[in-house]
Write a protein that binds this ligand. Structure first.
Ligand code: GMT
Length: 373
């Protein structure tokens, strides 16, 4: 098949999964065309059958807000025609599903067509899509898609609740990991040699948006550190990084907190970590948690959104009430203190991630969906 994929190319779960799906589809013989404004951050430099088409919005002094949605629609229209694409797979509804609908209307004017599949990832439904400025266009655009998928049961339910979508048939296709990449045994202990090798390593990876509650991460760590000498490694960057830095300073734990910034490959770091923290306000799936579990790292998280579908409470990690820093710290201490229990959790986490979220099985589900569309 010839498949167009549009996603946010920047640091984040939806762009990561869209890119990995595209690469996996190309490995299976499909031709894949990424259409977006930047080279997706997880796209390797060269991959047979993978192409990248950059969307250029241009600049004109009249535009305070250059119309990216329209430039994207025009590029989609052009790429579909030139490369005879069978379908466009849109990751994150806004504005991708809307631009794709415009492109398809343009194609239909001249007797061509393309099928549209939209994958809902999270805040496109739970936050941005519910903003009055975007609600009507989100509902319209998802209803115009030929197929809709959501990355968790939770997100599927939220879609019906938020949009009352009588015309939508939302299918759940979970996010996935490549078990060869997220493998504890595979990497040399780089992280261990930079932090004090004997202390447990707590880790968090995200885009540091308010939804991640990064201050809570520092507060949890400060409590854990009082009970167990340990270190915290933070990977990623975003608007709330500065708040996390302030909190670390105020709580006097900054010497044991490392801010590594954005990194392309997190698997080697996860392989050296002991515990992943994800106290998010909401999380439709939590791809970073899945990557940690697959790497044998138990996850302590808030019991919100789709996280209970990914983390098995008491078996592969712990789920605590939202904002309950004390409960999360206590859960972390209990897991880290008992090495035998940690080992069992680590083993189960890697096993469960492979059994339920392996790339092969999930990419097969997308292929089956494409064939039905
Ligand atoms: O929705 C967002 O704010 C960002 C989005 C992204 O692009 O990273 O994250 C969402 O999609 C991920 C991939 O499906 C999920 O793992 C995240 O849980 C989800 N984020 C939220 O629901 C906050």
């Amino acid at each position: 098949m010839r498949i167009g994929i549009t996603c946010y190319p920047t640091y984040g779960g939806s762009g990561a999964i869209a890119t990995e799906l595209g690469v996996a589809l190309a490995t299976r013989g499909h031709e894949v065309h990424f259409i977006t404004y930047q080279h997706p951050f997880r796209l390797p430099a060269f991959q047979p059958r993978v192409y990248f088409h950059e969307v250029d919005v241009g600049r004109y002094p009249l535009f305070e807000y250059p119309p990216y949605d329209l430039a994207l629609a025009v590029r989609m229209h052009e790429v579909v025609l030139r490369h005879r694409l069978d379908l466009l797979h849109l990751h994150y509804a806004i504005p991708h599903a809307t631009s794709a609908w415009i492109a398809r209307e343009m194609l239909r004017e001249t007797g061509s067509d393309v099928r549209l599949i939209t994958t809902l990832h999270g805040t496109d439904i739970t936050i941005v899509g519910q903003d009055p400025s975007f609600h009507a266009i989100t509902k319209f655009s998802i209803e115009k898609s030929d197929r809709l998928t959501a990355v968790s049961e939770y997100l599927r339910r939220e879609t019906y609740t938020a949009f009352g979508c009588s015309k939508c048939d939302v299918e759940v296709i979970y996010n996935f990991i490549d078990p060869r990449v997220y493998d504890r045994e595979r990497y040399p202990p780089v992280l261990r040699s930079t932090v004090d090798g004997a202390r447990p390593v707590l880790i968090h990876v995200s885009n540091f948006r308010p939804v991640k509650r990064v201050r809570d991460i520092i507060r949890i760590f400060a409590r854990v550190r009082e009970a167990i000498p340990s270190v915290l490694v933070l990977v990623g960057d975003g608007p709330d990084r500065v708040h996390a830095e302030d909190e670390a300073h105020q709580l006097g734990v900054e010497a044991d907190v490392s801010f590594l910034g954005r990194l392309e490959s997190v698997a080697p770091l996860l392989a050296a970590a002991d515990l992943f923290l994800l106290p998010s306000q909401t999380e439709s799936f939590g791809l970073s948690a899945l990557e940690a579990l697959a790497s044998g790292v138990p996850v302590v998280a808030s019991r919100v959104g789709g996280l209970p579908e990914v983390i098995r409470d008491g078996e592969t990690g712990a789920l605590c009430p939202l904002g309950d820093v004390d409960a999360m710290a206590q859960a972390a201490i209990e897991i880290l203190r008992d090495r035998k229990r940690w080992k069992e959790m680590s083993r189960l986490a890697a096993l469960d991630a492979r059994e339920r979220f392996s790339e092969d099985a999930i990419v097969g589900q997308y292929e089956a969906l494409y064939n039905r569309t």
